[in-house]
Design a protein around this ligand. Structure first.
Ligand code: UN1
Length: 499
């Protein structure tokens, strides 16, 4: 094992991950920091998956009867354990997903935050009491646990997205089966071990309450197609969503889809340009452009275009790119060769469509893929600008009129996140009223949402909502109960049916 391999071994041992799970398997674990293979991870086969779903069903049938505040206690302990393991988990996120240390730590913080949120929620699974038209009747809605929740997560948020789903699902009385990205099995094993510590302290949770299934496409497909899974929450590409959504619909399963984004920001003439520069730079270059919320398009008003874009180019030219374990950089590696090739392809298409590309060069060589983030001045919203390329490419376009640019902003297939930089309250409100995205911000970038809000987007982003606000309702089923406490039987809508 190499230096990184040994560091990973120490981290996994320290977190108490069973060595057999990550030393003698058949699926390679690779770090994008150097491109080297670290270990061979054990994968679930069809029989293991089948058994896991049976166990999850049994766990649900028991857990659903545990009072919700007591279920919250498990999540409270989980949050405590995560606090203790934060540094180690963050380092693993850096090693496996390539995030810079502060973003690795931020991702673990998202897990802690959603645990806190879910603990409070465990005492707030409220339903409504509704006025009835019949005398001496009471009508109310009650929320019940749903069943087994399947979670498919992506490499770029290898642990937080699982926690968003699992923390809510568990306080709502469900069991969880998780298939992480094939690119990030080690962080999955690590957070599962940390969850195991909370389970041990909790004491009497049913076996199989939250299970991890590492494996390839077939494991994900089993979760999609199996009737034992009541709700599937899947994060990934729109292409993946297109295949998953009809299959879930065919068996009337619930779906939370969090798919592609093609997020735009508008920089208006009155914008605080220092703030806008930082907001756009973090949104576009942060996480090496590999967030679903990454800023991919920026529309700059003609009156400030030249000055603002010159400053943006300078920021792009000077940003530190490299191995975040070795030096203080802001941009780590792309996840793999395919990501690099997709970036090259998009830049080629942009040039062919009349775009002028700054940056985008590969930094270093070998088995890892570091790139200088690319800023591309485009003559219009054409060609690759219309698609999400999961890499640090920012398409820059000039605009003249706010209404026109808002229309252009909305004229893409995805609808996840959006932003405007302006100090003009009318412009801000016009944008918020018109943006067709699930997230719309003023004077901050498109990425880096807090867990308290509902997270997700419209159109090809899939329509699902995770994390805060009332997203929890998706993990429960609602029953409307009407109780007649009279000795008469008045029928609704004035219907008469006298025997
Ligand atoms: C994702 O990229 O799938 O808003 C999730 C953000 C993060 C979550 C991103 N809190 O950028």
């Amino acid at each position: 094992m190499t230096g990184i391999g040994e560091a990973v071994g120490r981290l996994l041992d320290g977190l108490g991950v069973d060595r057999a799970l990550w030393t003698d398997g058949s699926m390679p674990s690779v770090t994008p920091l150097t491109g080297e293979r670290l270990t061979m991870v054990r994968v679930a086969d069809a029989a293991t998956t089948d058994e896991a779903l049976d166990k999850a069903g049994a766990a649900f049938r028991s857990w659903r009867h545990v009072p919700a505040p007591r279920r919250g206690e498990l999540v409270r302990l989980w949050g405590e354990e995560l606090r203790g393991a934060k540094d180690d988990l963050a380092r693993l996120v850096t090693i496996e997903a390539g995030k810079i240390p502060s973003e690795g730590a931020g991702e673990v913080q998202e897990m802690i935050d959603i645990c806190d949120f879910a603990v409070g929620l465990s005492r707030q699974l409220y339903g409504l009491t509704i006025a009835t038209e019949r005398p001496a009747h009471r009508m109310m809605e009650v929320w019940h646990p749903l069943g087994v929740i399947g979670v498919i997560s992506a490499f770029n948020f290898p642990v937080a997205v699982w926690a968003w789903n699992a923390a809510l699902a568990l306080v709502c009385g469900n069991s969880v089966v998780w298939k992480p990205s094939e690119k990030t099995p080690l962080t999955a094993l690590a957070v599962q071990a940390v969850f195991g510590r909370a389970l041990a302290r909790f004491g009497d949770a049913p076996d199989g309450l939250a299970q991890l299934l590492i494996g390839g496409r077939e494991v994900g497909e089993a979760l999609v197609d199996d009737n034992r899974v009541a709700l599937l929450s899947a994060t990934g590409s729109t292409r993946m969503g297109r295949s998953v959504a009809p299959r879930l619909a065919a068996r009337f399963a619930r779906a939370i889809l969090e798919l592609g984004g093609n997020n735009g920001a508008i920089v208006a003439p009155s914008a605080d340009l220092d703030l806008a520069l930082r907001g756009v730079a973090f949104g576009a270059m942060g996480t090496a452009g590999q967030r679903c919320t990454t800023t991919r398009r920026v529309f700059v008003h003609d009156s400030i275009y030249d000055g603002f874009v010159a400053r943006l180019k300078a920021a792009y030219a000077s940003v530190g790119v490299g191995n975040p374990l070795e030096s203080e950089v802001l941009v780590g590696p792309l996840i793999d060769r395919a990501a690099f090739e997709a970036m090259e392809g998009a830049l080629g298409a942009a040039r062919a469509a009349g775009g002028v590309v700054y940056g985008g060069e590969r930094v270093g060589d070998g088995a890892s893929f570091y790139v200088q983030p690319a800023l591309v001045e485009m003559p219009g919203q054409i060609g690759p600008v219309l698609e999400e390329t999961f890499a640090p490419i920012l398409y820059v376009m000039r605009y003249y009129d706010l209404d026109q640019v808002i229309e252009l902003h909305n004229d893409v297939a995805a609808g996840l996140s959006s932003a405007i930089f302006t100090t003009d309250v009318r412009e801000a409100e016009r944008f918020l009223a018109a943006s067709d995205c699930g997230i719309a911000n003023v004077n901050l970038g498109t990425s880096g949402a807090e867990i308290g809000g509902a997270f997700g987007g419209e159109k090809e982003t899939g329509g699902g909502r995770e994390s805060g606000s009332d997203s929890w309702r998706q993990y429960m089923r609602r029953a409307t109960n009407t109780i007649n406490y009279s000795d008469a039987l008045p029928l609704a809508q004035g219907v008469s049916f006298e025997l």
